[in-house]
Each structure stands twice: as C-alpha cells, then as structure tokens.
Design a protein around this ligand. Structure first.
Ligand SMILES: Cc1cc2nc3c(=O)[nH]c(=O)nc-3n(C[C@H](O)[C@H](O)[C@H](O)COP(=O)(O)O)c2cc1C
Length: 197
C-alpha cells in the first residue's frame, strides 16, 4: 500500500497541495482543475452550474481566473450577486476542491487586456458569436462566428475575464485508511480546520 501523502495530517501541507493542484490546472489539460465547474445563483435564486477553463490560479493572491462572454448568463449572474464558486475532483489524486468568494468581471481594464492578448485565436473567435450565447435559434446552426481577424474587433467587446478572490477553500481527500476534509477561510491570513468528512 502506498504511504500516506505528507498532507494527510498536516493542515498547512494540505492547503499547499490544494493550491499546487489549482496552479497546475491551467497548463495540464488532463488535470481535473483544468476544467472546473462554476456555480452561480440566478435571478430567481436558483443554482446554476457549468464547465469553464481555469486560466490562472494565483496562490499568493488567493485568486482564480477564467474567461467568459459578457453577454452570457454566468456574467450577468456574477455581476448581480458578486459571488461565484468553483469545484473540481481529481480522480487520480482523489482530491476534491471547492473554492468560493467574491467575483469581479473585467472587460476594459489592464487585466482584461492582458487576458485577451494571451488568449488563443481559436478562443477569441467564440466571443464574436452572433447572436449572443443562450439566444434561442430557429435551427442548431443558425449562428455565425467571425474569422480570426474580424474576431479581434468583433469579439473583444464581448470578452470578459473573471477573477474569484477565494474567501473559502475546502479540500476532501479520499483514502480507505481515513478520509481527510479541511476548510480554510481568509481572515487576513488563511485560517483552517479539519472537518468531519
Ligand atoms: C470543456 C468545456 C469548457 C468550457 N469552457 C468555458 C469557459 O472557459 N468559459 C465559458 O464562458 N464557457 C465555457 N464553456 C461553456 C459553458 O460550460 C456553458 O455551456 C456556456 O458558457 C453557457 O453558460 P451560461 O449560459 O451559464 O453562461 C465550456 C464548456 C465545456 C464543455
């Protein structure tokens, strides 16, 4: 049997492991945290969840970034509530991560410019889709996408980077010898505790 991981009974090591997994998520396509589920609450107070691509995890700032279309429901829901949550489960690591906190939309500041500049041409095209995401179509193919050149002008106004400043972080590690669950809240520094799994 494999030795227990160093974070099994070490709260600080567990938090470091959470951020390590999140930080490698954007680069590793097969990492579960490459494509976490994003949860928001809609105008009726109902939960909504969907997949997004994690673009950056910044352990020092305790922040997570993804991109979306300003015209999308998720953007409106985040603008209205000011909050979002992300979730991923890595079946290889047997670790579930839940992160939530205040979320901000960035469409015309330096952060948005840098994110747009770093986006791939293929991704930029999606932001020039007409009609807007979620519009009812008469047929499945009744929408258009611009070419890469036109996307630079058509897509940019719809592009939005979202930053979630993590206020609560939760980790669940599954092991037959003893599951481990922990949560941290940000109160200046991170304050954590073990929880019953
Ligand atoms: C693998 C995968 C990755 C996705 N990545 C993103 C993303 O990074 N940003 C985004 O806005 N939507 C992304 N989507 C689409 C969303 O999951 C969702 O279907 C769409 O954005 C509409 O969501 P909304 O109406 O709740 O805003 C992705 C979907 C899949 C299946």
């Amino acid at each position: 049997m494999d030795p227990l991981p160093p974070f099994h009974d070490d709260l600080d090591a567990a938090r470091a492991e959470v951020w390590r997994l999140l930080e490698e998520g954007p680069a590793l396509r097969r990492n579960a945290f490459h494509m976490p589920a994003l949860a928001t609450v809609d105008a009726a107070g109902h939960p909504q969840v969907r997949t997004v691509v994690l673009r950056q995890a910044d352990p020092a700032a305790g922040a997570l970034r993804f991109h979306c279309d300003r015209r999308s429901d998720k953007a409106s829901e985040i603008a209205a509530s000011g909050h979002a949550a992300l979730h991923g489960y890595d079946s290889a690591a047997k670790i579930q991560i839940r992160a939530s906190g205040p979320a901000t939309l960035h469409s015309d500041d330096a952060l948005a410019e840098a994110a747009w500049a770093g986006a791939m041409a293929m991704s930029r095209i999606c932001y020039g889709a007409d009609p807007a995401p979620g519009a009812v179509l008469p047929r499945g193919d009744a929408y258009t996408l611009p070419d890469a050149e036109t996307a630079l002008t058509l897509g940019r106004p719809n592009f939005c980077a979202v930053v979630v400043r993590v206020a609560r972080l939760e980790f669940l590690y599954l092991d037959r010898r003893g599951h481990r669950r922990a949560a941290w809240e940000r109160a200046g520094n991170w304050r954590g505790c073990w929880l019953a799994p």
